[in-house]
Design a protein around this ligand. Structure first.
Ligand SMILES: [Zn+2]
Length: 317
């Protein structure tokens, strides 16, 4: 799967991704009926995304199989999206991660008190683990990517396991965080439920995913082969609700970045939203690639993305 040809097939615009996939019912509500919301992703490759008509959760269709996703992460992912062909995460990634870790720590505020048990799922190169440890927390990371996990251990002295099941069965945490993780999973509701099950009494769960309703870039820029699910505020809350969680009223909320706690009887139930799929399909109405290329609208985002990469590369020097 990691042959040069395979990597190339992940990069050529207007072609399909090299995978077969399989049909899947909605992970959030079980409904099978969908509306197509996109046929193209941010690399202008052919990739079909659908929204569930029952609840509005967006997913890749057909859904890559578990084996196809594993193979993708083992080979193409870091190389295709972060240009991390070396053994060390690139500087622009590290700078961006450090900045994000600072925002996340600030949002969680007093929850990151000395002695608090913190679990960061998808801990990457370990910047949030380092931020938590700097506040006196006892931090554990989960990171399947070997290069990044090794870097987090070596650079930050962090404790990093390769999967959730490797935790002791009775391990509980005061703070669990999952930053840009759920959109990568075939079964985000199950993972949220397992994370909710790890919360100590009074514990909080931070979840952040890309907001598919974000404006400011053309619709297809929001689609990405590695993101097999797409959320908006309502579907993130509904997924958390299925996992027995509710938004925590004491924390600042930003669209699809939210802090949850175990739902109390007084919390309003998060119900799937009928009609959300139609709203999303209209908002994400596909732009024809030819017309898009001719319009020159791709120029701005491309310049911004490169400017960002350059800034992140040199930040902190
Ligand atoms: Zn659904």
């Amino acid at each position: 799967m990691s042959s040069p040809l395979h990597l190339v097939r992940h990069a050529v615009p207007f072609t399909r991704y090299p995978y077969r996939g399989e049909g899947m019912a909605c992970n959030l509500c079980g409904e099978s009926e969908t509306l197509t919301v996109a046929e193209t992703d941010r690399r202008l490759k052919r990739l079909r995304s659908v929204a569930c008509t029952g609840c509005g959760l967006i997913r890749t269709d057909p859904m890559p199989s578990a084996a196809e996703l594993d193979a993708y992460y083992a080979s193409a992912y870091r190389a295709a999206y972060q240009f991390a062909l070396g053994r060390r995460p690139p500087r622009h990634h590290l700078n961006r991660s450090r900045r994000e870790a600072g925002f996340r720590a600030a949002l969680l505020g007093p929850a990151l008190r000395p002695g608090a048990r913190v679990l960061d799922v998808g801990s990457g190169s370990g910047e949030f683990l380092a931020a938590a440890r700097a506040r006196g927390c006892d931090a554990t990371g989960i990171e399947p990517g070997r290069t990044y996990a090794a870097y987090a251990r070596a650079e930050h002295g962090a404790r990093v396991l390769d999967r959730l099941d490797a935790l002791p069965p009775d391990a509980a945490f005061d703070v669990v965080t999952a930053h840009h993780v759920l959109e990568h999973l075939r079964d985000p509701v199950d993972t949220l439920a397992r994370l909710a099950g790890r919360l100590a009494p009074g514990g909080v769960l931070y979840a952040a995913v890309p907001n598919m309703a974000a404006t400011g870039k053309p619709p297809h820029e929001r689609f990405h082969f590695a993101h097999v699910h797409g959320f908006v505020r309502q579907t993130l809350d509904a997924a958390a609700g299925r996992a027995g969680l509710a938004p925590h009223p004491d924390y600042r909320r930003e669209d699809t970045t939210a802090v949850y706690r175990h739902a109390a009887a007084s919390d309003a139930p998060c119900r799937p939203e009928p009609g959300l799929a139609q709203t999303l399909a209209a908002a994400l109405a596909p732009v024809r690639p030819g017309a898009y290329l001719a319009s020159g609208a791709w120029l701005g985002p491309m310049v911004r993305r490169n400017a960002k990469a350059i800034r992140d590369t040199f930040a902190g020097r």
